[in-house]
Design a protein around this ligand. Structure first.
Ligand code: UD1
Ligand code: MG
Length: 446
């Protein structure tokens, strides 16, 4: 079998009114990534020769989001068959396989696309391969009419009779079409149906009239679910998260309670990472080997090097770069800061716009005062420095290597290496003061 080329057409011209959103439906995120990007990432694995996204009028934000993919505008939207034809220019003269996918069906895997393409090119080489599934509730999906093992036609729910509505095998909507026939077949589709639309599904009957066969490839329901409402968006998110949890465990990550750990599409985890309960990864997190993340952490835009320990209850914000074997403990927030190898901030601290040198120790309650209401300033803490509890480091400020800052200090001038700095009011002591105070109040008390 010679390798054939693939062209991908992503249908996204539908309005998505049921989302009740100012944001176009296909830009709503799943695992922190717009739905349509999941579709483009999955089809990109097929190394298609070309990809065209079909959009409706006024969908400029989507066009920008999918760049550099080519965009075709379908205006007005007259049905799924009409939508594929909006990409006709890009398909003209293309003799490979045309894979039609929906932008609002974001969970289909590259493996399923490959099965569709393989079926297209195998055995009797059907001109059209339709992705089918058997939903628990077939509801209003189009039904696949199969006789003697052959797909005869697809009937939309609204156009189906009682017998056809009883069919359990439904149309997921996705198709692989022989590019040598695709445009001819699509142009022959009419709109004489309940909705007065040009149905892509009619391509099966049109092909048959020309002696071309069609076949079905089946997928699990979870994979082909469409997103039309916020409820379905949450369901798709849940399916995606379930899959990713299973995957990371297969790859050598321990999840104490998988259902409570949430990943982003771009989360990267090394081997022997152990993650406690209720941990959330926002976009841009990379965690290297042998890291322990205790319960209730939120990690986003951060890198954690091997052997580090994070949490419980830690927050790593964008630009947090935690070095090997470092410890970030409970109620510690790190933003745009490098915490070098073996440094520790174990309790109640804010480290922002800073460097914490190797092996430095940050006491409980330490705050880098990085913002003066106008601009952000940098705090530089040297290797092996010791910052006493409840220290305010008023940036820009530098604490040298090996310096020691006394607890409760407000440090606004640079501290030289190996120096001690204490910046707090002198302690005042009044011998017997407390006893006299109590005695005075005892007299006035009735
Ligand atoms: C379609 C199928 C149905 C299948 C179901 C699966 C047809 C006629 N019916 O129905 O058999 O069971 O999907 O979910 O194909 N779109 C456009 N332009 C249009 C119309 C739609 O780009 O003019 C896009 C939408 O943005 C969406 C996709 O095509 O991504 C599917 O459209 P939708 O209206 O949801 O089709 P269904 O009626 O659900
Ligand atoms: Mg639909």
């Amino acid at each position: 079998m010679t390798a054939r080329k693939t062209a991908v057409v992503v249908l996204a011209a539908g309005k998505g009114t049921r989302m009740k959103s100012a944001l176009p439906k296909v830009l709503h995120p799943i695992a922190g990534r717009p739905m349509i990007h999941h579709v483009l990432a999955a089809t990109a694995e097929l190394a298609p020769e070309r990809t065209v996204v079909v959009l409706g009028r006024d969908m400029e934000p989507v066009a920008q989001a999918v760049a550099p993919a080519a965009v075709a505008v379908q205006d007005p939207p007259l049905g799924t068959g009409h939508a594929v034809l909006a990409a006709a220019e890009a398909l003209d003269g293309f003799d490979g396989d045309v894979l039609v996918v929906y932008a609002d069906t974001p969970l289909v895997t590259p493996a399923t696309f490959r099965r569709m393409l393989e079926r297209r090119r195998a055995g009797d080489e059907p001109a059209v391969v339709v992705l089918g599934f058997r939903p628990a509730d077939p509801a209003e999906y189009g039904r696949l009419v199969v006789r003697k093992n052959r797909l005869k036609r697809i009937v939309e729910f609204r156009d189906a009779d009682g017998e056809e509505r009883a069919i359990g095998l439904c149309n997921a909507g996705l198709m692989a079409i022989d590019g040598r026939h695709a445009l001819d077949l699509l142009r022959a589709i009419g709109n004489d149906n309940a909705k007065g639309e040009y149905y892509l599904t009619d391509i099966v009957a049109v092909a048959r009239e020309r002696g071309l066969e069609s076949a079905v490839v089946e997928a699990p329901e979870d994979e082909v679910m469409g997103v039309n409402s916020r409820g379905e968006l949450a369901r798709a998110e849940a399916v995606w998260q379930r899959r990713r949890r299973a995957h990371v465990m297969e790859e050598g990550v321990t999840l104490a309670d998988p259902a409570t750990v949430w990943f982003s599409a771009d989360t990267v985890l090394g081997r022997d990472v152990a993650i406690g309960q209720n941990v959330v990864f926002g976009p841009g997190a990379t965690v290297e080997d042998n890291v322990r993340i205790e319960a209730f952490c939120h990690i986003e835009g951060a890198r954690v090097a091997s052997g580090a320990r994070i949490g419980p209850f830690a927050r790593l914000r964008p630009g947090a770069d935690i070095g090997a074997d470092a410890h970030i403990g409970n109620v510690v927030e790190v933003k745009k800061a490098v915490v070098e190898k073996g440094a520790k901030a174990n309790h109640l601290a804010y480290i922002g716009d800073a460097r914490v040198g190797a092996g430095a120790n940050i006491g409980a309650g330490t705050i880098t005062c990085n913002y003066d209401g106008f601009a952000k300033h940098f705090t530089d803490i040297g290797a092996g420095a010791f910052i006493g509890s409840n220290t305010a480091l008023v940036a820009p400020v530098k604490v040298g290597d090996g310096a020691l800052v006394g607890a409760g200090s407000t440090i606004s001038r640079d501290v030289p290496g190996d120096a001690i700095a204490v910046a707090r009011a002198e302690q005042k002591q009044i011998p017997q003061g407390a006893a006299r105070f109590r005695a005075k109040h005892a007299r006035t008390k009735d």
